[in-house]
Design a binder for this molecule. Sequence first.
Ligand code: IMP
Length: 431
Amino acid sequence: MANVAVVGAQWGDEGKGKIVDWLSNRADVVVRFQGGHNAGHTLVVDGRVYKLALLPSGVVQGKPSIIGNGVVVDPWHLVGEIEKIEAQGVSITPDLLTIADNACLILPIHPELDVAREAAASGRGARIGTTGRGIGPAYEDKVGRRAIRVCDLASEADLKTKIERLRSHHDPLRAGLGLAPIDPDALLAQLLEIAPKVLPFVKPAWRVLDQAQRAGKRILFEGAQGAFLDVDHGTYPYVTSSNTVAGQAAAGSGLGPRGVGYVLGIVKAYTTRVGEGPFACELTDAVGEHLATVGREVGVNTGRARRCGWFDAVLVRQSVAINGIDGIALTKLDVLDGLETLKICVGYRIGGEIFDYLPSSLNDQAAAEPVFEELEGWTESTGSVRSFKDLNANAVKYVRRIEELIGAPVALLSTSPERDDTILMRDPFLG
Ligand code: IMP
């Protein structure tokens, strides 16, 4: 039995929540390894909708769940999300949830800085289009070695020292953006107030995982965002501030790379992205509107409309390589129902040259024009189909062509937001 890492293979919002929830059934432990509450996962279970941002999706199934060291944790958001999910009848106890003691915190100063910077950049036409949750500034403090970590919540003395260190860095920055200096007493009081609500869940997560691994438990790594939002591999600087690729599952949880197992890339049958940045296949016509409306392409967390476009096989092939994807879960195929002709991007034309990959330079990415291949669409409904043999011939052709172009097989096919509308073609846990 392999462990399984689930990662977004495009720009996020591929429908990871449903797939992770489905796989959680067969897993013993679920772990988040990067990002923060910028992620938005919608789970639909028996018609009930759960919206998660920071909690691993396993909690809804009562599976032991871990927030790993690679995640940035906003403790106020965390406590609020626990309360919200508990109000929906899901109990979240310290037996169920572990928060890595060495994860870094998102403090109120981080979203303040995030939002102020975006506002300032807006005047220069240089916004990233962040979620405004303070993710970037929190990771900056982490690599700048001045972050307050989850374990620090247990010591008032440590918090005081660390707040002082933060002040010397942040106050000049804040002044430049017209923000008031940090109020150290107020920040300390806020942290001391939230600490007792968080500390019961805090443990060395790497140890919990090591024990689970040695006991032969099946571990599911739950990625957030997608490969082209990865801080190294994405459309930089229009990216998030963490590594989102499967390699991070090891570093961000504290289990070695051999523990990661099967890498399942989640791939939407078309392409979407939120925020700014290059998007070669973007559609601003009636087809784009069809995808947005039928696919209900609105951010779970932020309510922002997602930009929509044709399936980009060049992008996903690159994603298969940088993630080491073994198989994909193809989602939202039903959104294409009723479109007469379908296009798949098979190359980019940049400055008169044809590329079979996305170059790193932002100028090249922005100039890339898609080279399309056309396939016939279908009028039949693929929604809620539960067997591959019940898919119409053109839908099968579309799926098979995607497999060919990206160089990875479809392991799961999802045909509606409901948990049970999932066609299993290969079991990722069997490797
Ligand atoms: P940040 O992660 O809030 O810093 O935002 C940086 C970029 O990542 C922006 O383009 C966001 O729209 C995008 N982003 C962050 N989280 C998600 C997500 O869960 N889904 C899709 N895009 C995201």
